[in-house]
Design a binder for this molecule. Sequence first.
Ligand code: ADP
Ligand code: MG
Length: 208
Amino acid sequence: MAKGIFITFEGIEGSGKTTQGKLLFESLKKQGYDVVYTYEPGDTEAGKHIRELLLNSEIKITPLCELLLYFADRAQHIEEKIKPYLEVGFTVICDRFTDSTIVYQGYARGISIDLIQNLNRELFNDFMPDLTVLLDCPVEIGLGRNRKINKKDKFEIENFSFHEKVRNGYLELAKRSQERFFVLDATEPTEIVAEKIYKKVISIIESL
Ligand SMILES: Nc1ncnc2c1ncn2[C@@H]1O[C@H](COP(=O)(O)OP(=O)(O)O)[C@@H](O)[C@H]1O
Ligand SMILES: [Mg+2]
């Protein structure tokens, strides 16, 4: 059986990752494709506990502890969920993945990007998505959307310049890996963005 495609959604808080990931999941399912939706951090039994440590703003952890918890969550997630589905030919849609670690812990928190990439290589053999949808939008728009729904985890309470570093970090990664990234203007209406993503994904599936 052919291996499935691994698609990740990336972008700042409020850029529309969860909205678009779920819409893509629904559209593919409706067309009869085998597809699964998952997210980081926390979409395994062990991961739920790790997510609480990572996102609860009452629990203080150091940047290095944070980095290693993301890797711990991902180790469990890849083995328990992502790889088993890819191996039986499912399309796997994942809300955030390694690029998030590179931009949040690397570009924004200041941990060495080489260290993060070396860990990724040693631990996961550079396991990366086939396609990464980057939903790009100005920080004030993304944060403004989330403010409306009063979402306040450890990252949402970070300051403007932190999120600017995240946004710029993503754009830098996209420039470096143009073959993997599909960058979209996330300020466009939801349906327009969804249509572009769907067309892109179908063109990849049909080219296999
Ligand atoms: N293209 C869009 N235009 C306007 N609002 C949007 C758009 N995409 C998402 N939203 C809204 O913005 C908020 C954050 O979206 P969400 O998908 O949760 O973002 P993320 O998962 O990237 O944090 C939600 O209330 C969502 O309905
Ligand atoms: Mg989300």
